[in-house]
Unconditional design. Structure first.
Length: 65
C-alpha cells in the first residue's frame, strides 16, 4: 500500500482530467436540447483519466519520493 495518499503527479493529473470530463459531460446535458455528442466526449475524458493514471504510474510518477 502506498504511503503517499495520492499526492503524486499521476494522481493529480488523473483527477484534473476526470474533472474536466465531468464538466464537459454536464455541459452536454445542460444544453437544450441535450447534446449527446458533447456528453459522450465527457464520458470518454473520464475514462481517459484512468488510462492517463495507469500510464503515468507505469512511468514512475506515482511513487513517493
Amino acid at each position: 500500500m502506498s504511503d503517499n495518499h495520492g499526492n503524486t503527479p499521476a494522481a493529480w493529473t488523473a483527477v484534473v482530467v476526470a474533472l474536466v470530463g465531468f464538466v464537459v459531460g454536464a455541459v452536454g446535458l445542460m444544453i437544450s436540447p441535450i447534446n449527446y455528442p458533447i456528453f459522450w466526449v465527457g464520458v470518454a475524458l473520464v475514462l481517459g483519466a484512468g488510462v492517463v493514471f495507469v500510464v503515468m504510474a507505469k512511468l514512475g510518477l506515482h511513487e513517493s519520493h
